[in-house]
Design a protein around this ligand. Sequence first.
Ligand code: NAD
Length: 281
Amino acid sequence: MILIDGKKAAAELREELKKEVTDLKTKYNKVPGLTVILIGDMTPSQIYVRNKEKSANEVGLKSEVIKYPDTVEEEIVLKKIEELNNDDSVSGILVQLPLPKHIDKQKVIEKIIPSKDVDGFHPMNVGNLSSGYESSIPCTPLGCYLLIKKIESNLSGKKAVIVGRSNLNGKPMTQLLLKENCTVTITHSKTKDLKAECLEADIIVAAVGIPELVKGDWVKKDTIVIDVGINKTDNGIVGDVDFDEVSKNAKALTPVPGGVGPMTIACLLKNTIECFKRSQI
Ligand code: NAD
């Protein structure tokens, strides 16, 4: 079984991006800039944002974090986004989710100009991705896609089963694999026989949020299994895939932690650079 090392893949991607940023600096005499808005003091969000800032600096991006208390008015956040939309030194804008209840998430997502939407959540980018046009691609599914491609470069005709249909993971993942000519089945909480669906798969991507849902006897030999889940349990952090069991059958599997997680941040940097390049045309 191939253990898919997300940490190593992310480090390699960051190295490539660092070189690209150096070249862009030579060509345009400026570097791509990422601005993150962080609202409130939730510890996981603070850790994510700190890691994003650190990684952005590592590859040579200009990075900025704007912090607001969780009592900030929605109008102030929307005004700040407007300001960043019009700021040429900002290539990408990300508002760290989740948001306090009094702030309308969709309003915030739609306020970010699609050309700076590094999360790929704006309806325009969602539509472009599903139509096969150029767009920002949500970072986690993009990371999963790059890991799958490292194992198998030609995915044409493969049967992929996506477990979970969230806008963040399952749906964009489906679009990415469709574009690669996979036959994609998207499953969810109302799917009748998840095990039977998974047993058909050459590729499984699990993004559910249920600890160790995907069992060893759900996976046929030679399946690539990507585990997006991050679940806190009494035994520590585990994924949506039963790692010990599935590793006996799968062709390749991502660990949790150290699989998809590190690729998510590297892909955010990649998206920022892509936004910058598109803005220079
Ligand atoms: P979500 O809660 O938005 O969506 C979960 C999906 O799973 C839903 O579509 C639901 O229909 C489906 N589902 C629920 N129960 C099911 C069942 N029994 N069988 C099949 N499908 C079922 O979740 P999300 O935001 O996509 O996150 C999923 C997991 O991925 C979470 O553990 C989250 O922490 C993790 N996550 C990891 C990263 C990363 O960088 N590695 C990024 C984002 C999310």
